[in-house]
Design a protein. Structure first.
Length: 342
């Protein structure tokens, strides 16, 4: 069922710059909804290098991508933004009343006074496995993300992959599925050890199966799977019964639908000014790696600066004619109350 929201701001992208935008806008009483194609916050930090040290965040000599994400979420928590994961924005259009209609592929829609594009280098999109004829099954029985867990209730689920996403969804979907099989090309995993241990406990208890091998073909009719043909690690060939397959083969970065939103692009980046970080469309802003301007430096700290200036202009766009009194969090009792520290 489609869901509709009305809000002050929609932020497209839940990476560091998107999350910090929640904080900066929240200080100015601007309510936010955040949309991301991934199943968690953090963007590149969380997905590409969650455990890799970052050395150039002010006051944090060493911090991992995962830790930075958690710190930013904690900082933004007082402003109670709503996060919508596993959603790709497919439509962005200005309405007659000046607001923006934002739609996603997960049947969510938003009417928002401003939009902040914080999509990094574009949207992360799944890498498709090289299986002949897989396109015929996509969206019916082959899924590259989990938008609604109930979709898999009572089904024979096959999850393919050995990373965090594969293991996380193995653990989350196992209680709902009629049967669940995890398939990986080897009996070693790149996921968190705790998740791997829990998966092996489920296998030992007979609550799911673990198979070693690679999918070489699919069987079914009219887009509905009945089985996946697997070449085992020992060279054997066998079928795994399934009517819902989830291949987690990693992600690739593409500009995606951003290119179709009518914004002024330069070399697949969104051009902005350096006073407001506004795009060619008033009310639509861009911060972080997705934007372009003279002297641009692609650093997280640069994106934080951009978010701060963007929020000032966003306030004026949402509240035309209203005076904005600049305040410091160190000395403003009003801001400290919003942050819950007094």
């Amino acid at each position: 069922m489609a869901e509709h929201f009305e809000t002050d701001a929609v932020i497209i992208g839940a990476g560091p710059c998107g999350i910090f935008s929640v904080f900066e806008l929240g200080l100015l009483d601007i309510r936010c909804h955040v949309i991301d194609i991934l199943d968690r916050a953090g963007g590149q930090c969380a997905e590409l290098y969650p455990e890799k040290p970052i050395y150039d965040i002010p006051a944090l000599p060493i911090v991992t991508g995962a830790e930075l994400t958690q710190r930013l979420l904690e900082q933004a928590k007082p402003f109670k933004a709503e996060f919508h994961y596993n959603q790709m924005v497919t439509e962005l259009a200005k309405q007659p009343d000046g607001r923006f209609l934002v739609k996603t592929d997960g049947e969510l829609s938003f009417l928002s006074k401003i939009v902040v594009v914080a999509a990094g280098g574009g949207s992360f999109q799944p890498k498709k496995p090289p299986i002949p004829g897989i396109e015929a099954y996509e969206a019916k029985s082959v899924y590259y993300s989990v938008k609604k867990m109930e979709t898999f209730r009572g089904r024979d689920v096959l999850i393919v992959g050995g990373g965090d996403s594969a293991l996380d969804w193995t653990l989350n979907l196992q209680p709902l599925a009629k049967s669940l099989t995890l398939l990986h090309r080897r009996d070693e995993f790149r996921a968190a050890p705790d998740s791997v241990n829990k998966m092996r406990e489920l296998v030992a208890a007979g609550k799911m199966q673990l198979k070693i091998g690679q999918v070489t073909g699919l069987k079914g009719e009219n887009g509905v799977l009945s089985a996946a043909t697997v070449k085992g690690g020992d060279g054997s060939v066998f079928d795994v019964t399934t009517n819902a397959m989830l291949p987690f083969f990693g992600l690739t970065m593409k500009l995606g639908p951003v290119a179709e939103w009518g914004l002024n692009l330069h070399e697949n980046l969104v051009k902005v000014d350096t006073e407001k970080f506004e795009t060619s469309t008033p009310g639509i802003f861009a911060v972080g790696d997705i934007n372009s301007y003279p002297g641009k430096v692609k650093l997280i700290l640069s994106g934080f600066h951009e978010a701060a200036l963007m929020a000032q202009e966003a306030f004026h766009h949402i509240n035309p004619g209203q005076r904005l009194v600049f305040q410091y969090t160190t000395s403003s009792t009003n801001l400290q109350k919003k942050l819950g520290v007094v």
